[in-house]
Design a binder for this molecule. Structure first.
Ligand SMILES: Nc1ncnc2c1ncn2[C@@H]1O[C@H](COP(=O)(O)OP(=O)(O)OP(=O)(O)O)[C@@H](O)[C@H]1O
Ligand SMILES: [Mg+2]
Length: 308
């Protein structure tokens, strides 16, 4: 059984207008995406701002309601169950957010921030709770005194570790990480990413890793989905995506990555020119008349591209 299988998921936001606040149109934030996650892997979701990455993640943990489609998690369709029944899965599926400044309540001590999910699900004694909190705070590499402090007393990287500790308290299986390092310094980014990889091994976690940063995605992900306007235009492992991108949108993303290696710089400039020409002359062949992406089709065992 596939661990998580998303099938033709659509999430529309109603836009209301006029005197009666009627629904005048829908923002098609997610417009029919399908992908699978295997246990223990990291799947990266990449695409420009507003393409529907966060909406996808939020829908998987039940913060948004699916308009249609299926979210099969260990054989159960989460898109069709009642909100109350969803509670049981809240433990197993956790989210880490982009901004460690605003996602932690500034008025609460770290102890209370980390213990909150535990309090929602279990009736633990103060001693049991303390034990669990100490355990996760050590796992994320903060010292045990930290739990009596407030979020503002930590650096950005430390705050993100607190957010991760909070997500770990309930022994989750799937973590949706929505731009978890985008608000951090480059040097701190690497630390947090490596740390996320370590705990992934230790707890056998599956990640849906959302980012617009192709460098971070390459370092982190086993498989990658390229999202454009609510649809997937390409999916593959990092070799497929970085060495052999086939959809014009993916090519443009890859061409835009700065080349650090001086000896490859000229090649990159040439590639950028080719992609730009292809985009100017042939971009319409990659989209339908309504400007939508085609269905993903396999071009190899691992590589799928939305081509006519
Ligand atoms: N609550 C909402 N009501 C109406 N429209 C929304 C709402 N939330 C998001 N949208 C719209 O849905 C689309 C997808 O938004 P989403 O936040 O999923 O994008 P994203 O890929 O995460 O972008 P970013 O990289 O900027 O975080 C956008 O066009 C956005 O304006
Ligand atoms: Mg987002």
């Amino acid at each position: 059984m596939t661990f998580l299988k998303v099938n033709n998921l659509k999430v529309y936001y109603p836009v209301r207008g006029g005197f009666f606040r009627r629904v005048v149109e829908n923002v098609k934030a997610v417009d029919g995406i399908s992908f699978e996650l295997n246990k223990g892997e990291t799947y990266g979701l990449v695409g420009e701002s507003g393409c529907g990455k966060s909406t996808t993640g939020r829908t998987l943990i039940g913060l948004n309601r699916a308009t249609s489609g299926e979210i099969n998690y260990k054989g159960k369709n989460l898109a069709a169950i009642k909100p109350k029944e969803f509670n049981q899965y809240r433990k197993e599926i956790q989210m880490i957010f982009q901004d460690p400044y605003s996602s932690l309540n500034p008025k609460k001590r770290v102890l209370d921030i980390i213990a909150e999910p535990l309090r929602n699900f279990y009736k633990l004694t103060a001693g049991e709770e303390m034990h669990k909190v100490q355990e996760v705070i050590e796992k994320v590499g903060l010292n045990s005194e930290s739990i009596y402090k407030y979020p503002h007393e930590f650096s950005g990287g430390q705050r993100q570790r607190i957010g991760i500790a909070r997500a770990l308290t309930l022994n989750p299986q799937l973590i949706i990480a929505d731009e978890p390092v985008s608000a951090l310094d480059v040097s701190v980014q690497a630390q947090v990413i490596n740390f996320m990889k370590d705990i992934q091994k230790e707890f056998n976690l599956t990640y849906l890793f959302i980012s617009h940063d192709l460098g971070v995605i390459r370092h982190m992900c086993d498989r990658i989905g390229i999202m454009y306007k609510g649809q997937l235009v390409e999916e593959g492992n990092s070799q497929d995506i970085y060495d052999n991108p086939m959809h014009i949108y993916t090519k443009r993303l890859i061409a835009a990555i700065p080349e650090i290696n001086p000896s490859d710089r000229l090649n990159k400039i040439k590639y950028r020119k080719e992609v730009s020409e292809e985009y100017n002359n042939h971009s319409n062949k990659f989209f339908t008349e309504e400007g939508k992406a085609y269905q993903l089709k396999p071009v190899s065992k691992t590589h799928l591209v939305a081509l006519p």
